[in-house]
Design a binder for this molecule. Structure first.
Ligand SMILES: [Cu+2]
Length: 132
């Protein structure tokens, strides 16, 4: 019984002051929310959920050796070895050129499909990019 008047008082004393800014904020938010889908939805379409993936080149290996991505995703190869490597697609869809020791190279996946790639200097280094 004691608690109730207290809570009511707190509630009453808060509401008149706080309510108005809240309503303004709500109005602003609504305005933004209403505009955002129109502006973004129309333009972006496919590329909404683009992800950044990292393939580490270490100990003469691509890690992970098999990576699943989506068209629009970005893949960055980071060379952590002490020698240069490349990431060169078998069908020449992409080719990093030389990725120096400590350097990196990024590629944006264009379309669906499975791409095998190798290091041109070390043909034993093989990996796969699966875009689906
Ligand atoms: Cu290599």
């Amino acid at each position: 019984m004691n608690g109730q008047p207290c809570m009511t008082e707190a509630g009453v004393s808060r509401k008149p002051g706080v309510r108005r800014p809240f309503e303004w904020a709500t109005a602003f938010l609504l305005a933004c929310l209403l505009q955002a889908p129109l502006a973004h939805g129309a333009k972006k379409g496919v590329a909404v959920a683009a992800t950044v993936h990292v393939v580490t080149i270490q100990n003469m290996q691509f890690v992970p050796a098999a990576l699943t991505v989506r068209p629009g995703d970005r893949v960055t190869w980071v060379n952590k070895d002490l020698v240069p490597h490349t990431a060169s697609a078998a069908g020449s869809q992409f080719d990093s050129g030389v990725i120096a020791a400590g350097a990196s190279w990024a590629y944006t996946v264009k379309k669906e499909g499975t791409l095998g790639y190798v290091c041109r200097y070390h043909p034993g280094m093989q990996a796969t990019l699966m875009a689906q």
